[in-house]
Write a protein that binds this ligand. Structure first.
Ligand SMILES: [Zn+2]
Length: 198
């Protein structure tokens, strides 16, 4: 019980004008399994920076901004299938959406106006404004301003995630089986350069 009470106090901690620790640490997986998903003091200060430098400016421009995943403890990250090097583990990344605004519009504004480490337009489907989300990371001393697009493509009958450079929305996702070579297939789909095949 002491742990629960302590967590409750932590969760009310305000990170910036509009964001609370509860929003940047919530995890359905952690809640379901009863795992603690609160970072240490250093992690909390990194989340503050992420809020101040990225999420607050987005909120100021577009209005209410909903974070779906911020910090993930190593255990939570593993459970949700996150990458081993995920910046979510380091309190450097958040996934979010602005309800009512298409993710590419928000991402393109961020590209023009903000500094960050990585900005990834994740799983947006053209013509479906509410599809996908935005992943953004902020790390003091390493602001690469690197934009990428993550999407699912079918390879040999199985869906794979691929990352391409830039914010790319002018592709067509073929749901049909294809006999083409995977790489040819990807080259056809994107105008961007394929970065990290997964
Ligand atoms: Zn993410």
């Amino acid at each position: 019980m002491a742990q629960v009470a302590e967590n409750r106090e932590f969760l009310a901690v305000q990170l910036s004008k509009h964001f609370y620790l509860s929003e940047l640490t919530k995890s359905q997986t952690a809640a379901r399994k009863g795992w603690n998903n609160i970072p240490d003091a250093k992690g909390i200060s990194k989340l503050r920076l992420l809020c101040e430098k990225v999420l607050e400016p987005v909120r100021a421009e577009f209005g209410v901004t909903v974070c779906s995943s911020g910090y993930r403890s190593p255990r939570v990250n593993r459970a949700v299938g996150g990458s081993k090097t995920s910046q979510h583990r380091l309190c450097e990344a958040a996934d979010f959406e602005v309800p009512g605004v298409a993710n590419p519009d928000v991402a393109r504004w961020m590209e023009r106006r903000l500094n960050y480490d990585q900005l990834i337009l994740e799983f947006y489907k053209r013509g479906q404004p509410n599809s996908g989300w935005i992943h953004v990371s902020y790390r003091e001393g390493r602001l690469r301003n690197m934009e990428m697009t993550a999407l699912r493509v079918k390879r040999l009958g199985r869906w794979k995630t691929v990352y391409i450079t830039g914010l790319v929305t002018n592709y067509v996702i073929e749901e049909a089986e294809s006999n083409m070579n995977w790489w040819e297939e990807i080259k056809l789909f994107f105008t961007g350069q394929v970065l990290l095949p997964a």
